[in-house]
Design a protein around this ligand. Sequence first.
Ligand SMILES: Cc1cc2nc3c(=O)[nH]c(=O)nc-3n(C[C@H](O)[C@H](O)[C@H](O)COP(=O)(O)OP(=O)(O)OC[C@H]3O[C@@H](n4cnc5c(N)ncnc54)[C@H](O)[C@@H]3O)c2cc1C
Length: 430
Amino acid sequence: MADGWPLVDDRPHAVVIGSGFGGLAAAVRLGARGWRVTVLERLDQPGGRARVHRQDGFTFDAGPTIVTAPHLFEELWTLAGRRMADDVTLVPVDPFYRIRFHDGSTFDCSTDAEAMRAQVRRLSPSDLDGYERFLAFSKELCRVGFEELGAKPFSRVSDMARIAPELVRLKAYRSVHALVAGFVKDERLRQALSFHPLFVGGNPFRASSLYALIAWLERRWGVHYVMGGIGRLVEGLAGLVRGLGGAVRLNAEVERILVENGRATGVKLASGEMIRADVVVSNADSGFTYSRLLAGETRRRWNDQKLNKSSYSMSLFVWRFGTRKHFAELPHHLILMGPRYRGLLDDIFPGSASPRTFRSICTGRQRPTRRSRRKAATGSMCSRRSRTCSAAPTGRRRPSPIAKGSRGSSTRPSCGASSARSSLQRSRRR
Ligand SMILES: Cc1cc2nc3c(=O)[nH]c(=O)nc-3n(C[C@H](O)[C@H](O)[C@H](O)COP(=O)(O)OP(=O)(O)OC[C@H]3O[C@@H](n4cnc5c(N)ncnc54)[C@H](O)[C@@H]3O)c2cc1C
């Protein structure tokens, strides 16, 4: 129990499994609504995929490094009656990232509309008009797909049926690459405007064109680093949970969810401890939740048969390097496109042959520190200490649903912050 809260707490009790962004966000929302919340995390630190590794004086973000929709986090601080700026400093990064194509040409993405037009003009002047039309389309996708539908649950077929006409109007049945190809002709531009599903382990040639909303999302809210690393955001959220009288318990692995008469009534930890709860929220991966934490329970929808038929988003392999050298020529976020874009993706994604090369797509990221803040804002290199560089080749075809380090398929924009629904999306068939 946090300081300032009574010893006898008669609020209804909610248990949240997992302290990733989704779990912490759910815990803040429940706490703000008057629940006594206990977050149970099996690891020795909070954050899940957003946890932090420390070595030789360097701090490495294990997973996410950039925040694309900061207002979703702001909302959590507001619900808790606090100001995000008091706990976390966000720094806009401009350009967000540089894409370098195999022919040596580059494309810098930023919030600056004129700079973006200049980039398009440089690569393919005849595509400028198509680019403008694509951006207008992306804006509309963002309005509908992110602002309107982003917070709505789609747990019933009727929910999907209701929005089907809108999805058809927005051509959601097409792939992102096919949609973009309808607007611009230059293959490099097509890649630059359509690669975003890769952020969440999706194939641009198969993922719904709804992902094209990211182009506008980034333009609208920008891309941000968290000063001190993403761990600061995790610490801030855990602080909100505690401030609302909740607890975040580490090294507390949930073995199973207790169910009575079809209702979750608590959890049993691996240590044998039982914790009763009025509501249980699982933000562990959904496949794991249904197959392990609810093993043996009658599950009408996500039964074993359906789970076995589901495919999961891919895992990735991350290399982290620490260096004290200053690489002035490197932008904060560099994406290298190899000569075999489509071929590589065909190799990697399910239904294709084994991957032949892992080298074509990788990212290099540097995180700003306090000293490098001004440089971060202008997109140049970060300072000497505490830098993160990660290369992220992708390539497992059918990963285990519980593989850590898999990107998960919660939309990158929400970063799992708006609710705990992301884990459900993760098990959807691609
Ligand atoms: C390399 C990489 C880079 C990424 N980059 C970005 C980025 O730049 N921007 C961005 O927005 N997103 C990024 N993402 C995606 C983002 O990290 C995830 O969408 C988000 O962190 C997922 O949060 P989550 O809460 O849904 O799940 P998780 O973070 O996976 O949280 C689940 C938690 O549940 C815990 N748990 C599981 N089982 C149990 C159990 N039985 N008992 C107790 N606890 C349990 C786990 O230990 C974990 O802490 C990236 C992901 C990766 C891997």
